[in-house]
Design a protein around this ligand. Sequence first.
Ligand SMILES: *Cc1c(COP(=O)(O)O)cnc(C)c1O
Length: 411
Amino acid sequence: MSSPAPHPQKLSFPVADNCLQIGGMSLVHLAEQIGSTPFYAYDRKLISERVARLRAVLPADIHLHYAIKANPMPAVVQHLAELVDGFDVASAGELKVVLKTPMPPDKISFAGPGKTEQALREAAVAGIVVNLESVREMEILARVGASLGVRPKAAVRVNPDFDLKSSGMKMGGGPKQFGVDAEQVPAMLKRMKDLPVEFYGFHIFSGSQNLRAEAIMEAQRNTFDLARRLSADAPGPVRLLNLGGGFGIPYFPGEQALDLDAVGGHLNGLMPDARRDFPEAEFVIELGRYLVGEAGIYVSRVIERKVSRGQVFLITDGGLHHHLAASGNFGQVLRKNYPVVVGNRVNPEGEAEFASVVGPLCTPLDVLADKMALGHAREGDLIAVLQSGAYGLTASPTAFLSHPAPAEVLV
Ligand SMILES: *Cc1c(COP(=O)(O)O)cnc(C)c1O
């Protein structure tokens, strides 16, 4: 084995006295203040800065929405309520979280396949925009609206006839459980004319976790073109055109941050035609991980240092039950290491070693870092998994092995 090099990642967080700093505080002090490990910590300043950067780059009339499934922690959602223009929820449970914020209901939209009648009732009375994923949802929404004496706001989530190239997760194009196939939308819109719902517009979300500016630019061009074609059959003017999102963040060695300036410049170029063709529309970009992913860390404590046949294992009190994605079991095809550091020995200073960070679960899948170059960790040291602000805790099987839940703080 070659001699270990320090972590190759650029850290989003400052380091002082060789200790990671988050929210203006050393990680060691934060752990003391919380009083237990493991925990997730999210840095509000980094979230605010990310929104400001998007505002600076995107056209001024692009509305920025937060897709809360990336991180539905109430404090994070409350913080973002002050910063973004709207929320996108994907369940009736998420709807309850955003309805506790000051966000106006018509700036909240609800996507997700298989909405139940109960969920549609809750959406209808709340006055939020429902992104319809099927004719069935449309018929039920119209019926429950009439029975409640409200006129529900309805947009059509379209499964586009194109896809977002090189996406971590494709969510449109080809056969999908999401949305209504573009070719079936005209017939749906004709039916909608006869129903007591308020047509709002279209939601066209093609994919997620994309680091290639050109792919996002191409999808945005295609999205406007598809919306133009579909609007010919619309029962009213398009008031809402949700262009999707898909902006990715770098997780693994060799990945480069998205070229946001390129995406913003290109979108600026598309806007004059879009404003002409959709004069009444609000244009929305909806982002989850891009807003919060890099602002969060997951921290666990080394319980035991074990050497097995020459390989160092740092056994921690945290693991895949809190952070499935870092273990490589949340959609990754080949397991790769998330950026991980010994939080109180960030720079190894000649003490670097290859070590594997594992959790306490009785399964070989419980790996947070596989043979990574790390500072020489002692029992009691803190291990920080970076890029953990999105799809962390709520995307993890917390009940597996009956360990306690981690704390979560916004600092
Ligand atoms: C999951 C999801 C998002 C957020 O995706 P990110 O990759 O976190 O930006 C946005 N919109 C819809 C419809 C989603 O399902």
